[in-house]
Design a binder for this molecule. Sequence first.
Ligand code: TRP
Length: 504
Amino acid sequence: MESCLVCAGSGKLLGEFCPLCGGDPDFAKDPATLHDASAAVNKVTAFGVEGEVDYDKLVDEFGCSRIDPALIARFERITGRPAHLLLRRGIFYTHRDLSLLLDDYEQGIPFYLYTGRGASSEALHVGHLVPFLFTKYLQEAFQVPLVIQLTDDEKFYYKEKLTLEEARRLAYLNARDIIACGFDPDKTFIFTDVDYMGTMYPMVAKAAKLITFNQCHGVLGDNILANIGRVMYPSIQAAPAFPGSFPTMFGNRKDIRCLIPQAIDQDPFFRLCRSIAPRMGESKPACIHSKFFPAMEGPNSKMKSSVETGNILVKVLRSESGTFGFSIDNDLTIEQVTDKTLKKQGLDLYQKVSAVNGKTVASIEEYKKSVEGVNEFSILVALLPSTIFMTDAPGMIKHKVTKFAFSGGQDTAALQEKFGAKLEVDVPYQYLRHIMEDDAQLEQIGNDYACGIMMTGQIKQICSDELTRVVTKHQERLASVTDDLVRHFMDPNRASLRFFSPDQ
Ligand code: TRP
């Protein structure tokens, strides 16, 4: 059996195109089906990223267009403000039909923004914030409505152990972080799939009828085989791209277009979505894609939110002076390690003690009781995840950056002065590219660091300071997000949302 030349694997080649994709370029070659399983590098699917990411290769294989300087200039002309730093610096780097959407916009055809998040953890990490901050800029620059889909159902289908109730709880918790990004309360609607399904269902059903099992499998791969929720799900992520999913906001209008800011790994879903749009009598949504926020471990990987679980067992001995060589605070968190052998065993700041001599300890009192009068014992401590969470305290951020951030600098000061740093692989510098506002300052730092005037320690310090600024600002905003405000954002019936159909 030969594969279709366009969609590469979703159907047999009969005649020119396979009957499933009809030759639609949105179905052009998908890495999930093109790469053979043994090619470990550069696998990006909707379900995860393995190995190093080659973003150039992705453009070619996913068949999207690059955002070039001319398009950025056009953005600035239309909106009358400088392009967002993520756009200027090439972090949002490809698109589908963005130029067409802007053409239409200039002709007076309105659009709305759609983005989403699958809540899989309590706290967001810094990388989660990036697409939302960009979406906020788009909303401000174009003064358009925004819908945000929280996919409690998706996570339920994809996480074996997650209950639907827990997925919903996480979605509501994440809604608070999203609101804290500063979206316009008059123009933003946030919903969870489980809650909003009734209203959205006509569009979901219409989408579902047009997607065959083979198309779904062709685009998303064997991941969908585990349960039929996963087979149905792409129609649920597709529906909000059509104005009919929001009748109280847009009435029956079909001429309103949609722009979807997203990380590049979401593109398979929207290729499916775009391919069915014409048959639904809808316009294809435009897409704008970002690269991933790099993980601490290296610049070409994606930051993880599922905490890297791991514990270490540390043997502790009483010294001659009577101390144990480390101290913990009332939360059982390591606050100081003075003994070298403990450090060698991996004991470090911010790790949390969970057991003594194999027995679980849940409070400082229990801990004290189990070590009383003994000269030798073992403790089980949880390793610290390297990811920077929006809940981290400044000290924790500094510690994580210092300890985990992959450096492009040289090993010694002398070598650094001589050869300088490799900026492309230096994680602290790459983080600054995502969050430091001032272009001139960033350039100066880049130049000084690349030519060896600046040391790795200095760049890590600047990076921690900038991360702390972003995280602290977020925590302040989050503290003022009330239950009432959450309810407000999740109410689809507000008059202020009837933006394009005032007489509805
Ligand atoms: N599937 C996305 C995730 O797992 C969530 C999502 C739903 C989304 N709709 C979207 C992301 C639209 C970007 C744009 O995070």
